[in-house]
Design a protein around this ligand. Structure first.
Ligand code: UDX
Length: 446
């Protein structure tokens, strides 16, 4: 009999995981504590913009025309527990309000709700990013609360998907990492991931703490890489160097690699910033805080980028924002996403507004979420409308749409032909040829 899977928590991670598992041929039952979310997913639509996900849902959600019917949703924990051989817990672990530590309440409550219904042998698999040590504690919760006792086992299987590439990353991961305490758990997870493993995806078996740490270490490394190049951008600016050229040149060294070396206004989103902070907090609890003090610097280099962008813009418009109209291109924390959580672009826009600037934002997908979070900023329906009459244009999220803009057409409507590239993603020559003053972070002015 093929395994039956369930997914608890249907955000970016869970919704994608559920749809991807159905694509791999499994029967999947999903649950989210927010009924609005499951109701929407049941119609084949998603609450967020994620390329390819709605297509996958339409192929598998039961009741949709022509679907495989392998993916269903429920509100009942009992039905979920009776259905599944393997339960994936994909709930979020946000940063605690006013603290560095991560808020485990959604994970804890998912386990507390599920465990009392586990009457038959089952493997519960945590996928959320958690402080190291959580898996051991949650295994204990299962032992105490599950009627199946020792037959309700735990595994930790961190997820490395990137927003905007969630479907691709889930179906074709770089690696699958599992933290297990038994051969049985490992065998079940090998069965779940047999498809990707057959395609050559490495399968790394570890203990609980190592599996939990792989995720936080990977994100800490990525954050460090971005802050490293942003620190180099600061030095380049002081010395008159060009950080884009520097990144290209060091990136040719295979030990360094060219990815994640784009200097600009830094990282944001629902993962990297909160994950490095939670990592520091947990290391502190473990008495290993000294090992991660460098992450404090990674965080502060990153936050400094946003303020630095504001300073560059202020200086470029003549020393103050009062009475100045600023067009902001980009609201999402990165392209191909409508996610505005901890978005560097919106942070910069907000700072400029606080200093008296009249800000108009345009983003291809992130507008609705941005309006909810920053209702007092101005918004325009197109890039051209945002730029109309502006004293400066700030390019803050590197959507392809912005790279394909026609600088000559924008020059016609702009108040001043002044653009600042906060992502080092536009072609300076193209803009300068069309009469724009082009400035970028960590690069010489022409
Ligand atoms: C990240 C990790 O990449 C992923 O493996 C993990 O599962 C979740 O966290 P995500 O938050 O989707 O994924 O975004 P990512 O593509 O990593 O970008 C993070 C931020 O870094 C964005 O704000 C992006 O604009 C910024 N970034 C990225 C840079 O500033 N420079 C770069 O060179 C690369």
């Amino acid at each position: 009999m093929p395994l039956k899977l369930t997914v608890v928590g249907l955000g970016y991670l869970g919704a994608t995981h559920a749809a991807a598992m159905a694509e791999l041929g499994f029967e999947v039952l999903g649950l989210d504590i927010d009924p609005a979310k499951t109701d929407l997913l049941a119609t084949g639509r998603t609450p967020m913009f994620e390329p390819g996900l709605e297509e996958l849902l339409s192929r598998h959600v039961a009741g949709l025309e022509g679907s495989s019917g392998r993916l269903r949703f429920t509100h009942s924990w009992e039905e979920l527990a009776d259905f599944g051989d393997v339960h994936f817990v994909c709930v979020n672990t946000p940063q605690k309000h006013g603290e560095y530590a991560c808020d485990m309440s959604y994970v804890d409550s998912a386990f507390a709700m599920l465990a009392p219904h586990l009457r038959r042998p089952a493997l519960v698999v945590g996928k959320s990013t958690v402080p190291v040590g959580s898996a051991e504690r949650l295994a204990q919760t299962l032992r105490e609360l599950a009627p199946a006792g020792e037959d309700a086992q735990l595994a930790w299987n961190p997820e490395f998907l990137r927003e905007g590439f969630a479907v691709q990353d889930t179906l074709h991961p770089d690696r699958v990492v599992v933290g297990v305490a038994s051969e049985h758990a490992e065998a079940l997870l090998r069965e779940v991931y047999a498809g990707p493993i057959a395609e050559g995806t490495p399968f790394v078996v570890a203990d609980y703490p190592t599996a939990e740490l792989v995720k936080t270490a990977a994100n800490a490394f990525l954050a460090t890489k971005i802050s490293f190049i942003n620190a180099m951008a600061e030095v380049c600016e002081a010395a008159g160097g060009d950080v884009a050229k520097l990144a290209e040149a060091i990136g040719y060294d295979e030990r360094i690699g060219s990815k994640f070396l784009r200097a600009g206004i830094g990282f944001g989103g629902g993962c990297l910033p909160k994950d490095i902070r939670a990592f520091m907090a947990r290391a502190g609890e473990l008495g290993a805080d000294q090992a991660l003090t460098f992450l404090r610097e990674v965080d502060s280099v990153n936050m400094r980028r946003r303020t630095h962008m504001v300073e560059l813009a202020r200086e470029a418009v003549g020393g103050g924002f009062l009475g100045r109209r600023i067009a902001v291109l980009g609201a999402a924390f990165k392209p191909d996403s409508d996610d505005v959580r901890d978005s560097p672009a919106l942070n910069v826009a907000g700072q400029i507004q606080l200093q008296g600037g009249q800000v108009t934002v345009y983003d291809p997908k992130g507008m609705e979420n941005a309006k909810r979070l920053f209702p007092t900023l101005g918004y325009a329906p197109t890039a051209l409308d945002a730029v109309r009459g502006a004293d400066a244009v700030l390019h803050l999220t590197e959507w392809r749409e912005f790279r394909e803009l026609d600088p000559a057409a924008l020059a016609e409507v702009a108040g001043q032909r002044l653009i600042l590239d906060g992502r080092n993603a536009l072609d300076p020559e193209l803009w300068r040829k069309a009469g724009w003053t082009f400035r970028a972070m960590g690069r010489p002015q022409a």
